[in-house]
Design a protein around this ligand. Structure first.
Ligand code: HEC
Length: 114
Protein backbone atom coordinates (compact mmCIF):
# COMPACT_ATOMS: atom_id res chain seq x y z
CA UNK A 1 0.00 0.00 0.00
CA UNK A 2 1.32 3.45 -0.88
CA UNK A 3 1.38 5.92 2.00
CA UNK A 4 0.54 9.31 0.47
CA UNK A 5 -3.00 8.48 -0.68
CA UNK A 6 -3.76 7.49 2.92
CA UNK A 7 -2.67 10.83 4.37
CA UNK A 8 -6.10 12.57 4.34
CA UNK A 9 -7.61 9.57 6.14
CA UNK A 10 -4.90 9.63 8.80
CA UNK A 11 -5.33 13.37 9.34
CA UNK A 12 -9.07 12.92 9.67
CA UNK A 13 -8.69 10.11 12.23
CA UNK A 14 -6.24 12.09 14.35
CA UNK A 15 -8.44 15.18 14.40
CA UNK A 16 -11.36 13.02 15.59
CA UNK A 17 -9.19 11.75 18.46
CA UNK A 18 -8.20 15.30 19.46
CA UNK A 19 -11.82 16.47 19.30
CA UNK A 20 -12.87 13.70 21.70
CA UNK A 21 -10.16 14.64 24.20
CA UNK A 22 -11.22 18.26 24.15
CA UNK A 23 -14.83 17.29 24.71
CA UNK A 24 -15.02 18.30 28.37
CA UNK A 25 -15.90 16.13 31.38
CA UNK A 26 -16.12 12.40 30.78
CA UNK A 27 -18.86 10.73 32.85
CA UNK A 28 -17.57 7.19 32.18
CA UNK A 29 -14.07 8.15 33.34
CA UNK A 30 -15.63 9.80 36.40
CA UNK A 31 -17.48 6.58 37.21
CA UNK A 32 -14.19 4.66 37.24
CA UNK A 33 -12.63 7.12 39.71
CA UNK A 34 -15.82 6.99 41.79
CA UNK A 35 -15.95 3.19 41.97
CA UNK A 36 -12.27 3.02 43.00
CA UNK A 37 -12.37 5.79 45.66
CA UNK A 38 -15.88 6.72 46.77
CA UNK A 39 -18.29 3.83 46.31
CA UNK A 40 -17.51 2.13 49.66
CA UNK A 41 -19.05 5.07 51.52
CA UNK A 42 -21.26 6.92 49.02
CA UNK A 43 -22.70 3.72 47.48
CA UNK A 44 -23.16 2.04 44.08
CA UNK A 45 -26.07 4.37 43.34
CA UNK A 46 -24.28 7.45 44.80
CA UNK A 47 -27.14 7.68 47.29
CA UNK A 48 -24.97 7.61 50.42
CA UNK A 49 -25.60 3.92 51.16
CA UNK A 50 -22.24 2.25 50.55
CA UNK A 51 -21.20 -0.86 52.49
CA UNK A 52 -19.15 1.30 54.91
CA UNK A 53 -21.88 3.92 55.40
CA UNK A 54 -23.77 2.28 58.29
CA UNK A 55 -20.95 2.96 60.75
CA UNK A 56 -20.38 6.59 59.72
CA UNK A 57 -21.58 9.75 61.43
CA UNK A 58 -22.64 11.89 59.67
CA UNK A 59 -23.79 9.54 56.92
CA UNK A 60 -22.13 10.04 53.50
CA UNK A 61 -23.78 12.58 51.23
CA UNK A 62 -26.61 11.37 48.96
CA UNK A 63 -25.79 12.80 45.52
CA UNK A 64 -29.15 11.78 44.03
CA UNK A 65 -31.09 14.50 45.86
CA UNK A 66 -31.71 17.68 43.85
CA UNK A 67 -31.59 19.61 47.17
CA UNK A 68 -27.87 18.82 47.51
CA UNK A 69 -27.07 20.21 44.05
CA UNK A 70 -29.24 23.27 44.68
CA UNK A 71 -27.08 24.11 47.71
CA UNK A 72 -23.60 23.61 46.16
CA UNK A 73 -21.79 24.76 43.03
CA UNK A 74 -19.71 22.30 41.01
CA UNK A 75 -16.63 24.26 42.09
CA UNK A 76 -17.50 23.84 45.78
CA UNK A 77 -18.03 20.11 45.30
CA UNK A 78 -14.63 19.78 43.58
CA UNK A 79 -12.93 21.69 46.41
CA UNK A 80 -14.53 19.47 49.05
CA UNK A 81 -13.36 16.32 47.26
CA UNK A 82 -9.83 17.68 47.09
CA UNK A 83 -9.57 18.98 50.65
CA UNK A 84 -12.08 16.80 52.52
CA UNK A 85 -14.83 17.92 54.90
CA UNK A 86 -13.38 18.71 58.34
CA UNK A 87 -15.16 17.09 61.28
CA UNK A 88 -16.57 14.27 59.12
CA UNK A 89 -15.13 10.98 57.79
CA UNK A 90 -14.86 12.67 54.36
CA UNK A 91 -11.10 12.58 53.79
CA UNK A 92 -9.10 14.70 51.34
CA UNK A 93 -8.43 13.24 47.88
CA UNK A 94 -5.54 15.57 47.09
CA UNK A 95 -4.02 13.10 44.62
CA UNK A 96 -6.87 13.49 42.13
CA UNK A 97 -6.12 15.65 39.08
CA UNK A 98 -8.30 18.50 37.92
CA UNK A 99 -9.53 16.28 35.07
CA UNK A 100 -10.40 13.52 37.60
CA UNK A 101 -12.36 16.03 39.68
CA UNK A 102 -14.28 17.40 36.67
CA UNK A 103 -15.09 13.87 35.51
CA UNK A 104 -16.16 12.86 39.04
CA UNK A 105 -18.48 15.83 39.43
CA UNK A 106 -19.99 15.14 35.98
CA UNK A 107 -20.62 11.55 37.07
CA UNK A 108 -22.17 12.62 40.40
CA UNK A 109 -24.43 15.17 38.68
CA UNK A 110 -25.57 12.42 36.28
CA UNK A 111 -26.92 10.54 39.36
CA UNK A 112 -29.16 13.43 40.43
CA UNK A 113 -32.86 12.50 40.39
CA UNK A 114 -34.87 14.59 37.97
C1 HEC B 1 -14.72 6.95 54.35
C2 HEC B 1 -15.96 7.16 53.69
C3 HEC B 1 -15.97 8.14 52.52
C4 HEC B 1 -15.25 8.07 51.36
C5 HEC B 1 -14.28 6.98 50.92
C6 HEC B 1 -15.64 9.20 50.56
N1 HEC B 1 -16.55 9.95 51.24
FE1 HEC B 1 -17.36 11.70 50.63
N2 HEC B 1 -18.26 11.94 52.43
C7 HEC B 1 -18.27 11.01 53.43
C8 HEC B 1 -18.98 11.56 54.57
C9 HEC B 1 -19.25 10.85 55.88
C10 HEC B 1 -19.35 12.87 54.22
C11 HEC B 1 -20.04 13.92 55.10
C12 HEC B 1 -21.50 14.08 54.83
C13 HEC B 1 -22.07 15.26 55.56
O1 HEC B 1 -21.33 16.17 55.94
O2 HEC B 1 -23.27 15.27 55.76
C14 HEC B 1 -18.89 13.07 52.85
C15 HEC B 1 -19.06 14.24 52.15
C16 HEC B 1 -18.73 14.39 50.83
C17 HEC B 1 -18.95 15.58 50.07
C18 HEC B 1 -19.40 16.90 50.66
C19 HEC B 1 -20.81 17.20 50.56
C20 HEC B 1 -21.05 18.57 51.13
O3 HEC B 1 -21.56 18.66 52.25
O4 HEC B 1 -20.69 19.55 50.46
C21 HEC B 1 -18.55 15.32 48.78
C22 HEC B 1 -18.61 16.27 47.60
C23 HEC B 1 -18.06 13.97 48.75
N3 HEC B 1 -18.16 13.43 50.01
C24 HEC B 1 -17.57 13.34 47.65
C25 HEC B 1 -16.79 12.19 47.70
C26 HEC B 1 -16.06 11.66 46.58
C27 HEC B 1 -16.12 12.19 45.16
C28 HEC B 1 -15.36 10.60 47.05
C29 HEC B 1 -14.35 9.76 46.29
C30 HEC B 1 -13.26 10.47 45.65
C31 HEC B 1 -15.68 10.45 48.46
N4 HEC B 1 -16.55 11.43 48.81
C32 HEC B 1 -15.17 9.46 49.29
C33 HEC B 1 -17.67 9.77 53.40
C34 HEC B 1 -16.79 9.33 52.44
Amino acid sequence: MRFWPMLPVLLLLSSVAVAQNAHGPDVAAGEKVYLANCMACHGMAADGNGPAAVSLNPRPTDFTTPAFWASRTAGQVKDTIKTGKPGTPMMPFAQLTDADLSNLVAYLVSKKKK
